[in-house]
Each structure stands twice: as structure tokens, then as C-alpha cells.
Design a protein around this ligand. Structure first.
Ligand code: PRP
Ligand code: URA
Length: 218
């Protein structure tokens, strides 16, 4: 059985936590992304806008340190973020939401990994990595589509092997099958705007939005 959706937010009782990002503006943007008539220029702008909202959600629990500041009125105690999570876009689709994460986290290093699903088997194949030291780090993986989770599992296993301590996977649309296949991971939070109905026979998400990478770049 797949975990059922409970609104607001935690939708799985398993070790991994899944957050369905409940926000009317996010749902409206997602609807435009789904629309087959949305062209790539508009799709990129919408992905950026939604990426910013997801970046706010993904950084909700970052540690801060106290920072004294003088306002025009008087001294007070403020805060500054005390953690710079590593941003890891999964090529190609992850590039569509990287820039808004960098806007919010300008001091975060960026780690690149490239994988491609074999369209006939659904299996993810490694193509590329260029990654800084991940030991002890919080890694935010950016991959808008979570379908079979073959890609996500390969990336998460890699990040764990490289010593990361905390992992957040940011997606836009997820299939219940993919979420289920991530259930065994500890220290993993999955954030998604929508858990869709199911995968089709070619491992595409229904209703989904088609191929995110193609829609961004073609
Ligand atoms: C897509 C998507 C994810 C992956 C999800 O990438 O961006 O990385 O498929 O599918 P899965 O959960 O079944 O592994 P794709 O391999 O098509 O590459 P692209 O981003 O270059 O289009
Ligand atoms: N990758 C995509 O871009 N879309 C899907 O529906 C599944 C995997």
C-alpha cells in the first residue's frame, strides 16, 4: 500500500518525512506548468517563481545565530543564518529551480549531478558529477519530478556515501510510487507541491506535466 495523503503536510508515517507544500499560489503556478499550451519561456519563468516558494519552505528550519543590529531607532538583537546547505540540482530539470534557491542562499555551494532515465527501462544512468566535500553537510537535492524514484535513490545513496548528514529532496510533482520507494531513508525530507495519481506504463506521472527537462529547454 502507498501512504495516503493527509493535508498539511506529513503524509507518510515512515522514517522519511514527506511534506506536501500546501499553498494556493503554488497550486496555481503548478496548474500553469501542467498546461500543455504553456511554452518554454513561460514555463521557465513559472518554474523560477515556484522554485522561490519551495526555497522558502526548504529553508524553514535552518539554524540561525544571534546578530546584534542597530536600527535607526535603537540597538536590537537580530539573527543571521548559520548554515549554508549544499544545493544539488539534478541535470537537467533541477536547473529550472536552482536560481531561486541561490537567491535565497547566496553563500551555498552548488554540487552538480547528471543522470538520465533510460526511456525503455525507466532505470537512471549516471552521466556526471562535480561535487564539493559533503561530509556532515545538509544537502538540498533539486529535482522537480519524482516518478519511480530511481533517480532520487541513486542521488540520495551517493550523497549518503559522501557523508551528508541531512538531506532535503525538493520536487514539484511526485508519484505515490516514488514516495513509497524513498520511505526507508532516515534524515530525508521530501517536499513536493503535488502527489499525483500514478505512473503510466512508460513511468511518466499522471496527470503530471510531461517531461520537465524538455519543457524547460525545448
Ligand atoms: C527526469 C526528472 C527526474 C527523473 C525522475 O529526468 O527530471 O530526474 O526523470 O524519474 P524517476 O523518478 O523515474 O527516476 P530525465 O532522466 O528525463 O532527465 P532530464 O532532467 O534531463 O529530462
Ligand atoms: N520525468 C519527467 O520529466 N516527467 C515525468 O512524468 C516523469 C519523469
Amino acid at each position: 500500500m502507498f501512504p495516503s495523503v493527509v493535508t498539511g503536510n506529513i503524509i507518510s508515517e515512515r522514517i522519511m518525512e514527506t511534506i506536501e507544500f500546501e499553498h494556493p499560489v503554488a497550486r496555481s503556478i503548478l496548474t500553469k506548468l501542467r498546461d500543455r499550451d504553456t511554452g518554454s519561456d513561460e514555463f521557465r519563468r513559472l518554474a523560477h517563481r515556484l522554485g522561490f516558494m519551495l526555497a522558502v519552505e526548504a529553508t524553514r528550519n535552518l539554524c540561525t545565530a544571534p546578530l546584534p543590529v542597530e536600527t535607526p531607532m535603537e540597538p536590537t538583537l537580530g539573527e543571521k543564518t548559520a548554515e549554508n546547505p549544499v544545493l544539488m540540482p539534478v541535470l537537467r530539470a533541477g536547473l529550472g529551480i536552482l536560481a531561486p534557491f541561490q537567491e535565497l542562499l547566496p553563500d551555498s555551494p552548488v554540487a552538480f549531478v547528471g543522470l538520465r532515465r533510460d526511456e525503455s527501462t525507466g532505470e537512471a544512468e549516471w552521466l556526471y558529477d562535480s561535487v564539493p566535500d559533503l561530509s556532515g553537510r545538509h544537502v538540498i537535492i533539486l529535482d522537480p519530478m519524482l516518478a519511480t524514484a530511481g533517480t532520487a535513490r541513486a542521488v540520495i545513496d551517493y550523497v549518503i556515501r559522501m557523508g551528508a548528514e541531512e538531506i532535503t529532496l525538493v520536487s514539484v510533482v511526485a508519484a505515490p510510487e516514488g514516495i513509497y520507494r524513498l520511505g526507508e531513508y532516515e534524515n530525508l525530507t521530501v517536499i513536493t507541491v503535488s502527489v499525483d495519481r500514478e505512473l503510466d506504463d512508460s513511468w511518466f506521472i499522471l496527470p503530471g506535466l510531461g517531461d520537465f527537462g524538455d519543457r524547460l529547454f525545448q
